[in-house]
Design a protein around this ligand. Sequence first.
Ligand SMILES: *Cc1c(COP(=O)(O)O)cnc(C)c1O
Length: 454
Amino acid sequence: MKNRKIILNEEEIPTHWYNIVADMANKPLPPLHPGTREPIGPEALAPLFPMELIKQEVSAEKWIEIPEQVRDTYKIWRPTPMYRATALEAALDTPAKIYYKYEGVSPAGSHKPNTAVAQAYYNKQEGVKRITTETGAGQWGSALSFACNIFDIECEVYMVKISYHQKPYRKTLMNTWGAEVFASPTNRTEAGKKILAEDPDSPGSLGIAISEAIERAASDEHTKYALGSVLNHVLMHQTVIGQEAVKQMDKAGDLPDIVIAPFGGGSNFAGISFPFLRMNLEEGKNIRCIASEPSSCPKLTRGVFRYDFGDTVGMTPLLPMYTLGHNFVPAPIHAGGLRYHGAGVVVSQLLKDNLIEAVAHDQLECFEAGILFTKTEGIVPAPETTHAIATAIREANRCKEEGKAETILIHLCGHGYFDLKAYDDYLSGKLHKHEVTKEAIEASLAKLDTPIIE
Ligand SMILES: *Cc1c(COP(=O)(O)O)cnc(C)c1O
């Protein structure tokens, strides 16, 4: 009888975050000032973030110690379980061994509290009174609301309008933890007013919501801003996931050939894959790490590697990343957390250097995968998460064709119990295949006047 569940003890919660930058031969290019377009130093970020997080953002130190209070808070849900997906394997009739690491056991239902708790902690240490942020599907807003509540900090969330209406209970969850939530674009900021003047019916986007949250933080000295993905420190905080997964795979007597995670800005992908990539970089292992993105927002598979803004209005530093252009407004698919135009700097450099892979899936293929997973393994995955399951099914089918018993690790980064409207739409036949056209990508990229990378 195979072990279905692989668990760790509290003492096995990692003591350090892993900073992959230390092991990269090609370091990421520097961020540029949005106005002068010259490289910026850490001090330029000081109005938005506490100093300790800025230090982590630019750090090349390999291991950064996790503060005791953060580690203690992690104990509420960490270590998270890993499972062998025996029922999914049987349904696919594949020789592949499939495992999944489940982050849906956190209070907010995803991996996001791993960084939210760390960020709230450092803000508290530096006397910050209020944190603003954006949220797409509501996962990040929930995580930050949960963390701010623990450290007694006010939390102000700009929620992408389409998700605000699709996921009313995410808003209620944030309110329950004490946060204020606004449907973005709003009339509370200059950035929001500008968008509404051009398009009063704008469904919003993460880029727009980021502009609003940053504007609020930049205009008040007691208010800082927190980002749930993309930045180096955020990706690094998530590496507790992969470090646990390395131990769990070891306990199972296995090593993955393939690690798969859904991709929005790169934080959950980084979280599960970087500790395995470390084994590639340091120990000569050859583990394939695959990022799964939606075909309606395919920055990794169809975007360009170029400097671009992180937000829509152009207030953030220019970052070297795979992007569809900061004006790109993705179709209103249910995987709200994946509707972002750009990819994190570190992950972008790794893709450029062919150290990781990327694939795209249409939403119907993803929901089919999500339903098969639910029926076999029992957990309803978040719509974002179904992308990784779709990739895993493709790989498991390839293993079947080739007669190979490869080991696949899926990052089950969140549950979908607040996303049942999405499943309802799928089950009642309301969802359609969607792939962004070549013309739409070209039109968005044509608007870019940001520096090109040779
Ligand atoms: C936020 C989120 C994502 C996308 O963001 P990443 O930074 O790429 O991880 C994916 N899945 C879930 C469940 C999320 O909450």
